[in-house]
Design a protein around this ligand. Structure first.
Ligand code: PLP
Length: 421
């Protein structure tokens, strides 16, 4: 079936009320038929609801639908994009291990990797996403994950996905990709060899800036890469915290199973059923919205490219952009999503322009139906050192836009008057 059809129907068998809309099941826990039923659920002899920290019928529809849209096998919803990223890494790596990451990443991912994971004994080693071959030199026998974004925020690079997964496969290392900005409506990383996809659902998935959430999806047959792979003993050896379960021996999607039974159980960053329901509403219109976001962003990029005060425009939908070829290769009809950025003379000029816009809201978010303007150097990337800023491609005069769904002529007029500020 096609994406638009699955976005409306996948993962939901209408319950006995025949409701067209997926119901919100607000419940902490679920009643067992008897003790044997309870024991079977805990022993995975039967599958079913136990407690909302582990599973929930509304969240289940969101997970199944999202997995289908990504072309994956299974998904696990989390309380935020950051927790999805943390779980995707913590599922594979522990103290003494390392991860190889693109340096062009969302600021929160950079601080998670360079600071918090470091305190947990996991080292992050960075490569330039524009030079994927450099990732290979960083891999050793303690490397557990190669992590990158399909469409990077805020530097707006497009990864050469196949070049990175080819390296990872040669070394039997898992690839984890953040597909938040591209969304599965525009890019399906599993088709290019990626193993695990993560998202902040807080962006285009909810689509109207309504809720924080995240999701992690695993590809079909991922167990084949993990079974017997010396890099991943936790999946191949008995889990003493779960009565000796060996994850690769269970006939269930292995990466999400371990994340659910171990990480959700112990860390508990679960999606609220209400938020899962909001994300289901968002998915229904995702394909339509991504088309319009991409169109508006392209129009804005073309306008900015011609403006004398603008030194550089970063938008992979522009033929002049160095990422254009990758965008054409990896994105649906070359549509490059709603995120673009441009550079003006410096910090002060950027500040003046941002303050002068009227329709664009000054907000640290992306992927809302309302257009957003951000100055990364004073907000999302403020905690990074100058060297870290340079490495992730965020100069002080960089302004990021998230093109919304307003009439694009109004957006162009607003930017035009702000640039005169
Ligand atoms: N990944 C990307 C690309 C993001 O832009 C963000 C947030 O801006 C995140 C992850 C983190 O997501 P959340 O804010 O839902 O934790």
């Amino acid at each position: 079936m096609h994406f638009q059809t699955e976005a409306l129907h996948a993962g939901y068998d209408k319950d006995n009320q025949s409701t067209m809309a997926v119901p919100i099941y607000m419940s902490t826990a679920y009643e067992f038929r008897d003790v044997e039923h309870a024991a079977n659920l805990f022993a995975l002899k039967e599958l079913g609801n136990i407690y909302t920290r582990l599973n929930n019928p509304t969240t289940d529809v969101f997970e199944k639908r999202f997995a289908q849209l990504e072309g994956g096998e299974a998904a696990i919803a989390t309380s935020s994009g950051m927790s999805a990223i943390f779980y995707a890494i913590a599922n594979a790596a522990e103290a003494g291990d390392n991860i190889v990451c693109a340096s062009q990443l969302y600021g929160g991912s950079l601080t998670l990797f360079s600071h918090t994971l470091k305190r947990f004994g996991i080292e992050a080693r960075y490569f330039d996403v524009q030079s994927p071959q450099d990732a290979e030199k960083l891999i050793d026998d303690k490397t557990k994950v190669i992590f990158f974004e399909t469409l990077t925020n805020p530097s707006i690079d497009v990864a050469n996905i196949a070049a990175i997964t080819e390296i990872a496969d040669r070394h039997n290392v898992l690839t984890v990709v953040d597909n938040t900005v591209a969304t599965p409506a525009l890019c399906r990383p599993f088709e290019h060899g990626v193993d695990v996809v993560v998202h902040s659902a807080s962006k285009y998935t909810t689509g109207q800036g309504l809720a924080i959430g995240g999701i992690m999806v695993e590809r079909k047959d991922l167990v084949e890469k993990i079974r017997g792979n010396a890099r991943y003993p936790h999946f191949n050896e008995p889990d003493t915290s779960y009565h000796g379960l060996v994850y690769v021996d269970v006939p269930l999607p292995v990466y999400t199973l371990r994340a659910r039974l171990s990480l959700l159980r112990d860390l508990g960053a679960v999606s609220s059923p209400f938020n899962s329901w909001l994300f289901i509403q968002g998915l229904e219109t995702l394909a339509l919205r991504m088309k319009e976001h991409s169109h508006n962003a392209l129009m804005l990029a073309q306008f900015l490219e011609k403006h004398p005060k603008v030194a550089k425009v970063n938008y992979p939908g522009l033929p002049s952009n160095s990422n254009y070829a990758n965008a054409q290769r990896y994105f649906e009809n070359g549509q490059a999503s709603g995120l673009l950025s441009f550079e003006v003379a410096g910090f002060d000029q950027a500040k003046a322009i941002v303050d002068a816009t009227k329709i664009f809201s000054l907000v640290v978010n992306i992927g809302d139906s309302k257009s957003i303007i951000t100055h990364p150097a004073s907000t999302t990337h403020q905690q990074l050192s100058d060297a870290e800023l340079a490495a992730c491609g965020v100069p002080a005069g960089l302004i990021r836009l998230s093109a919304g769904l307003e009439n694009v002529n109004d957006l162009i007029a607003d930017l035009s008057q702000a640039l005169e500020a």
